[in-house]
Design a binder for this molecule. Structure first.
Ligand code: HEC
Ligand code: HEC
Ligand code: HEC
Ligand code: HEC
Ligand code: HEC
Ligand code: HEC
Ligand code: HEC
Length: 252
């Protein structure tokens, strides 16, 4: 069964045994910017930025905001020939200048903290919703003990795609006690967290963390879409979530 709490951090001798394909997040993903190595006019256009930073918008999934121009998020300041490119708002507030934070009762901590860029590239990536890595690898990056690199001295954790967070940013963090291939043993022993959705047949989309959880928010516990089973009755017939897939198993 899963283990809870930050006590687990001390147990970690995390080795990144397996690194999935990914785009590397810049190390300064939370910085608000600094001295720009090239002098720019303070009214430099998006076209100018793209002469040097064209790669930023390359990827299968491009953030719709890029069409609106770089200066919706970056401010160029030129003082005495020194150019600084800063963010128009602190990194943890920037995304919420255009997106609304969910009003649901349960918020996932990195979402609630405004740490959107932990999971999403602000620009583009090869994964849907321009996340840094595939959705399942995003979840496993923090919730599988073998993937998260913990630095006890600095009190930081580093996810496989390179973003480093403080212990406070991942307060309450829980890892799942999954099998070695990170494909099963949650929410009940032996239950798959990836692979074919056999109860619903070959045409159903494969099972994943997002089959049962929202990455952002929900109105019931554990970021579930519906009420979970009664803990005393894990195979209860009334829990909507389980019977979405286990129609036959839970019938009568
Ligand atoms: C003449 C080339 C050139 C132009 C034009 C240019 N940059 Fe840069 N920029 C660079 C180089 C070189 C770096 C350092 C290496 C890197 O991070 O790619 C850099 C770094 C940056 C950084 C990271 C470092 C920092 O200052 O925080 C940001 C953000 C940035 N540029 C934004 C912009 C924006 C926004 C524009 C348009 C307003 C722009 N740049 C125009 C060449 C350019
Ligand atoms: C200048 C306004 C603006 C800002 C700031 C902004 N977004 Fe967006 N974003 C949009 C628009 C417009 C869309 C497309 C419509 C929608 O889905 O709401 C969008 C869509 C998205 C999507 C869905 C996929 C897509 O790109 O269409 C994601 C994911 C996203 N934004 C993440 C972020 C993150 C993370 C940040 C902060 C780094 C952020 N946004 C900041 C305007 C913005
Ligand atoms: C939705 C907001 C948003 C938009 C639009 C946006 N950026 Fe960024 N950008 C960010 C954030 C957040 C960071 C990470 C903080 C940092 O490193 O300063 C960043 C970092 C960067 C960096 C440095 C790190 C890296 O990835 O190399 C460059 C260069 C950059 N942006 C260029 C651009 C250019 C060019 C455009 C327009 C084509 C653009 N950005 C549009 C939010 C945005
Ligand atoms: C823990 C990782 C994670 C964090 C943190 C996160 N997201 Fe997401 N986000 C995702 C994933 C995964 C999806 C795709 C959801 C799906 O396909 O069901 C997504 C989808 C989205 C979408 C498109 C669908 C929708 O819900 O409208 C937007 C916009 C978005 N995120 C914005 C944000 C903003 C803004 C923040 C910060 C306040 C944020 N995200 C924080 C992982 C994250
Ligand atoms: C940056 C690290 C990080 C990533 C990435 C991440 N999580 Fe979390 N998650 C946390 C932390 C920290 C908590 C504990 C605080 C809380 O309850 O929100 C948590 C808690 C949870 C919880 C329990 C929530 C509750 O109310 O008890 C669920 C479920 C969850 N995450 C699912 C996911 C899923 C699904 C993904 C992939 C979309 C994901 N997480 C990605 C850090 C992360
Ligand atoms: C078949 C549905 C299902 C899938 C798939 C699933 N979860 Fe859960 N998850 C649950 C339920 C139900 C709970 C709450 C009860 C429990 O813990 O047994 C839960 C609880 C959690 C918690 C809170 C801690 C805990 O175990 O009590 C975290 C964190 C979490 N899930 C993350 C994930 C991640 C990450 C994935 C993908 C690797 C995932 N879940 C896949 C159903 C699911
Ligand atoms: C997204 C679809 C999905 C959801 C939702 C789901 N399951 Fe499953 N479940 C599966 C799949 C796939 C298997 C593996 C079936 C196989 O390969 O035989 C499975 C297997 C099981 C098994 C093992 C059955 C056996 O044949 O031994 C149990 C027990 C189980 N699920 C309980 C639950 C409970 C309890 C819930 C609600 C918390 C739940 N499941 C929610 C897809 C789902």
């Amino acid at each position: 069964m899963p283990h809870r709490g930050s006590c687990c951090l001390t147990l970690l001798l995390a080795v990144l045994a397996y690194l999935p394909a990914h785009s590397q997040a810049p190390a300064n993903v939370f910085s608000s910017g600094g001295v720009h190595p090239v002098t720019l006019k303070s009214d430099a256009s998006t076209a100018t930025c793209n002469e040097c930073h064209g790669n930023i918008s390359k990827g299968k999934y491009v953030h719709t905001a890029l069409e609106m121009g770089c200066t919706n998020c970056h401010r160029v300041q030129n003082e005495n020939g020194v150019t600084r490119v800063t963010l128009v708002a602190p990194a943890t507030e920037l995304c919420l200048t255009c997106h609304l934070l969910s009003e649901d009762k349960v918020l996932h901590r990195p979402y609630k903290m405004g740490d959107c860029v932990v999971c999403h590239s602000p620009h583009a990536s090869d994964f849907p919703e321009h996340t840094w890595v595939a959705h399942q690898d995003i979840c496993l990056g923090c919730h599988a003990r073998s993937r998260l690199k913990v630095d006890e001295a600095k009190k930081t954790v580093t996810v496989p795609w390179g973003v480093t967070l403080t212990f406070d940013q991942v307060k309450g963090w829980q890892y799942l006690n999954l099998n070695a291939t990170l494909t099963a043993n949650h929410p009940v022993e032996g239950h798959p967290v990836s692979g074919p959705n056999t109860p619903l047949g070959p045409k159903a989309p494969p099972i994943s963390c997002l089959s049962c959880h929202s990455p952002h928010a929900s109105n019931v516990v554990y970021l579930l879409p519906k009420l979970p089973p009664d803990p005393a009755m894990p195979l209860c017939k009334t829990c909507g979530l389980c019977s979405d897939c286990h129609k036959r198993m839970f019938a009568n």
